[in-house]
Design a protein around this ligand. Structure first.
Ligand SMILES: Cc1ncc(C[n+]2csc(CCOP(=O)(O)OP(=O)(O)O)c2C)c(N)n1
Length: 392
């Protein structure tokens, strides 16, 4: 028998991932997208979701715009600070501002959010100082903020793991009897399209469904998991997966702050009134690099980026405000001025952040240190003292 020679690498890859995989039509329904504000800033009525925006007056619209602008400004500043060597790394939210501000503003004080490492916009909505985020990426703090104070958990790097935490927490809320009416509490778990392939996420779906847990799974589908495109993660639109687990899924225009606000409000209301979980797929696009350590020009087309620029989440709100007479030039100038002040504060605050002492890391492990931690602390302290003696 003649031994087969191994296929060349490119051919093997081609065989494993047929090029037409992206063209396979969705297995289930037609793909539906909830959009309430077009890229041109036109308000589109919706039979289900309009009632979730009943309180959104001109002032609320302007405050949503302000949040979007300020959040982007912090992000741009942080990226620049990383480039100047002031942060170890930064995960930009560029392009995802509406998904985060819309869903973040839908949360009530009693709710609890479980973020990934990119939810700077949600952090803003939960009252976390942007400097606390920068401290984390500068390596100046070992956590960043008190999660209980903000109802906003610490950032999670292990992708998807926080969906299980959110589900467990939601099961606890239900067991405490804090579910059942509009004053009830809920959790929300943020994760990405890449994380949707993780076992943790699928296990969280099973538990949440079976226990009817008050949790919203908020997937920001920015279409890239570092350099891995969406079509390598799924053969059906992500929101349609929910049906297989036994709860509703909805795809919302992630660049539309009104739609993400309304859809998340409905999902949270359903959760807090005892109707169980919802999967929200916010369809968006990661306009920047995965992190400052990544170069997306190596794996994606600039034409895609150009197409998504036309769907900018901030420009459409600005167009809506301006064309409807909901805001004037003075308002837009004042928001820009606020952004300048915030950027200056973020910049100065970052540069002035003290480096933590080398022993501080031991303080942030447990509220009450264990014997092992105390021993390690002692050992490290003695090691550091050795340097002092050497230089004496
Ligand atoms: C369990 C686990 N595996 C791998 C990684 C490495 N990793 C970091 S980010 C990332 C991609 C995540 O993509 P996605 O979930 O779409 O979120 P995005 O970064 O696009 O917001 C991977 C694989 C990780 N952090 N955790």
């Amino acid at each position: 028998m003649t031994p087969k020679s191994a296929p060349p690498r490119a051919a093997a890859r081609e065989a494993a991932f047929p090029p037409d995989v992206a063209d396979i039509p969705p297995v289930l329904d037609e793909v539906e997208l909830v959009q309430l504000l077009t890229p041109e800033g036109e308000r589109v009525p919706h039979p289900v979701y309009d009632r979730y925006l009943a309180d959104v007056d001109d002032e609320t619209l302007r405050s949503l715009y302000r949040d979007l602008v300020l959040v982007r400004r912090v992000d741009v500043e942080a990226t620049a600070l990383q480039r100047q060597g002031e942060l170890g790394i930064w995960a930009s939210l560029l392009g995802q501002e509406a998904a985060q501000v819309g869903s973040g503003r839908a949360l009530l004080p009693q709710d609890y959010a479980f973020p990934t490492y990119r939810e700077h916009g949600v952090a803003w909505c939960r009252g976390v100082d942007p400097l606390a985020l920068l401290g984390l990426f500068r390596g100046a703090t070992n956590g960043g903020w008190d999660p209980r104070e903000h109802g906003f958990h610490l950032y999670t790097i292990v992708i998807g793991s926080q969906t299980l935490h959110a589900t467990g927490y939601a099961m606890g809320i239900a067991m405490d009897g804090a579910v059942g009416d509009a004053d009830g509490a809920a959790t929300i778990a943020y994760f990405g399209d890449g994380a949707s392939s993780q076992g943790d996420v699928n296990e969280a779906f099973v538990w949440a469904a079976v226990y009817n847990a008050p949790v919203v799974f908020f997937c920001q589908n920015n279409q890239w998991a570092i350099s891995e495109p969406l079509e390598r993660q799924t053969r059906i639109p992500l929101y349609q997966r929910a049906r297989g687990f036994g709860f509703p899924g909805v795809r919302v225009d992630g660049n539309d702050v009104l739609a993400t606000l309304a859809v998340t409000r409905k999902a949270l209301t359903d959760a807090r009134t005892g109707q169980g979980p919802t999967l929200v797929e916010a369809f968006t696009y990661r306009m920047g690099a995965h992190t400052t350590s990544d170069d997306p020009t190596r794996y994606r087309l600039s034409s895609d980026l150009e197409a998504w620029k036309l769907k900018d989440p901030i420009e459409r709100v600005k167009a809506h405000l301006a064309r409807g007479g909901h805001a004037d030039a003075e308002f837009f100038a004042s928001v820009d001025a606020d952004a300048d002040v915030l950027a200056a504060r973020v910049r100065t605050g970052c540069l002035e952040m003290p480096d933590p002492g080398p022993l501080e890391i031991f303080e942030a492990v447990y509220a009450d240190p264990t014997v092992q931690i105390s021993q390690q602390r002692q050992g490290f302290s003695t090691y550091l003292d050795g340097f002092a003696e050497e230089s004496a």
